[in-house]
Structures are given as structure tokens and as C-alpha cells.
Design a protein. Structure first.
Length: 112
């Protein structure tokens, strides 16, 4: 999911800077590594379980690959929308989610 979750990347930069200037380096190193790992997982879509197709106009449709547990933890909307009662899965087990009433640019901002 390149270009998404940019706030997580900003947090990585902040933590890197804090580690260089703080005496409690071990805790900050742990937090920094965790944020880096989460950021990497979000950027690399190897293990995603959700495809979110947004947009209505054929030229302005984008599919975001995401992790349902992260979406549900960060958003009460996704917590309900990705519950077992509402979701539909493709043959390979990927959750298929469509939002035609929002542009890809706006949706990307909402994800961050």
C-alpha cells in the first residue's frame, strides 16, 4: 500500500530522531522497531486479507490492499463493516470490500 499510512512513516522518522537524542534508548528502540515493522507490513501487500475497491468512474477506481485486523483496530466503522456478518470473500479467502461513493484520493486520506 504505497503512499498510504504516511502518518506511520512520519512516526518512524520522529522515533528515529528521538532515539538519537533520548536517554531511554532501549524503550524507544523497541517502539521504533515495532513501528518500522508495522510500516513495512502495510507497505508490502504480501499477506493482506482485504481488497478495498473505491471510486465509481472507471478511470478513477483504485484497489487498496489492507489487513483487516489493523483496519478493525483503528476504526469502529471497519470493525463493523468487516465483521463476519457483512463481509464477502473471494475464492482465495480475500475479503472484497467496495465503496463506490468515495474517491480514491479521499479514501487514502481517511486511511492515514
Amino acid at each position: 500500500m504505497s503512499n498510504s499510512f504516511s502518518s506511520l512513516k512520519n512516526m518512524t522518522l520522529l522515533l528515529d530522531n528521538l532515539v538519537k537524542h533520548d536517554k531511554n534508548v532501549s524503550l524507544l528502540n523497541y517502539i521504533n522497531k515495532l513501528v518500522n515493522d508495522l510500516s513495512k507490513m502495510l507497505d508490502e501487500s504480501d499477506f493482506y486479507d482485504v481488497e478495498i475497491r473505491v471510486g465509481m468512474d472507471h478511470d478513477d477506481v483504485k484497489t487498496f490492499k489492507a489487513h483487516s485486523n489493523i483496519l478493525k483496530a483503528r476504526s469502529s466503522y471497519f470493525n463493523v463493516a468487516l465483521s463476519n456478518n457483512w463481509i464477502k470473500r473471494s475464492g482465495d479467502g480475500i475479503i472484497q470490500f467496495e465503496k463506490e461513493n468515495i474517491s480514491p484520493n479521499v479514501f487514502e486520506v481517511l486511511l492515514t
